[in-house]
Write a protein that binds this ligand. Structure first.
Ligand code: AHM
Ligand code: MG
Length: 338
């Protein structure tokens, strides 16, 4: 766990900030891993902005391991992230939403980390100029000097050493935590640098925003529908009605919950009895960020960071956001009421 650093000056650039922070980190290379992800995200931000002009919208023709149709931008984003970490020399292997198997990158002692990544989150938004994201986390390898054994490396989110996301919206924002604090940097396009814009983010204890795909309402179980009815009823949030928001990009909906409070839900439904969102590279990284900021994340009955994956692309029902809102949801899931 990192010691909480004195609040940094807004406007400081990510490269300089990481250089200053290195000595406080449990391992200095964590700073380099975040910088590498920042670099990949700048390439992605550039390509997303011009995707409609260079023929990168629409379907690629294949499917990812969980059966989603891959978009051209999904495939491109995966290549950009993999290439960045092949070059870094610090990562032994990558788990990605877009790759069936664990991709081995390096088997030497310097490659001390496992990267889990959703290279392009919210792919249904690519063709309508909607918000997109990249979600990532790093685990320290337990073994050195040999190639990673895939199943042997699957660990609970609690063992994560760093996580974050990039949101590609009206501006590109990188939010990360190496434990102990959550910081947000906004990309200044003209100079090509991330500048500190959201130092030491704290998630409000209680919020007033509710995000979920209400098109699935009739496919949820009665307790989840009960929570949704409660959330949308007048005076549900302790005198203040929740406002409903849903963008179709987890990174963007989570970003709102993190900054302004509230809850994002993707529960189990008839088509997804174990939930739709993937544990390793969607739910666990955001659960880590939420908890470091004072928020919370739950499957409805279990803390997300306590769930041990059984395979690379495992899914889980997911609720994340303000601590009291997530607790309220868990009470509903257990069959109770407020
Ligand atoms: P993706 O990574 O393939 O885009 O899938 C994850 C996305 C989340 O970003 C979003 O919250 C959810 O799936 C949207 O799903 P739906 O269209 O079923 O509401
Ligand atoms: Mg995703």
């Amino acid at each position: 766990m990192v010691k909480r650093a004195p609040t940094a000056e807004p406007g400081v650039d990510l490269t300089r900030y990481m250089a200053e922070q290195k000595q406080r980190l449990p391992a200095p290379e964590l700073a380099s891993l975040i910088l590498e992800m920042a670099l990949a995200s700048k390439v992605l931000a550039h390509e997303i902005r011009r995707a409609a002009l260079v023929g990168r919208l629409g379907l690629a023709g294949g499917q990812n391991p969980t059966g989603d149709s891959q978009k051209k931008l999904d495939v491109y984003a995966n290549e950009v992230v993999v290439d960045a970490f092949v070059d870094s020399g610090m990562v032994a292997a990558i788990v990605s939403e877009e790759m069936d198997e664990l991709r081995t990158i390096a088997c030497n002692d310097e490659a001390g980390y496992l990267l889990c990544v959703d290279p392009l989150d919210g792919s249904s938004n690519t063709d309508i100029n909607g918000a997109l994201g990249t979600i990532f986390s790093f685990y320290r390898r337990e073994t050195r000097g040999a190639c990673l054994d895939c199943e042997g490396e699957l660990r609970e989110g609690l063992e994560m050493v760093a996580a974050g996301y990039v949101m590609f919206g009206p501006s590109t924002v990188l939010v990360y935590s190496i434990g102990g604090a959550v910081h947000g940097f906004t990309l200044e396009q003209d100079v090509g640098e991330y500048l500190l814009s959201h130092p030491d983010i704290r998630c409000p204890t209680r919020g007033r925003y509710f995000a979920a795909n209400l098109g699935n309402y009739h496919a949820w179980d009665a307790n989840v529908r009960g929570f949704s009815d409660h959330a949308l009823a007048p005076d549900s949030a302790g005198g203040v009605q929740y406002s409903y928001r849903y963008s179709g990009a987890l990174a963007a909906d989570f970003h709102r919950s993190l900054l302004e409070g509230g809850i994002y839900l993707y529960p189990a439904d008839d088509r997804h009895p174990e939930g739709k969102l993937r544990l390793l590279y969607e739910c666990a990284p955001l659960a880590f960020v939420a908890e470091q900021a004072g928020g919370s994340a739950s499957s409805g009955s279990q803390r997300v960071l306590d769930i041990r994956p059984r395979s690379l692309h495992d899914t889980t029902p997911f609720a994340v956001g303000s601590r009291e809102d997530v607790e309220l949801y868990e009470r509903f899931v257990a069959g109770g009421r407020p």
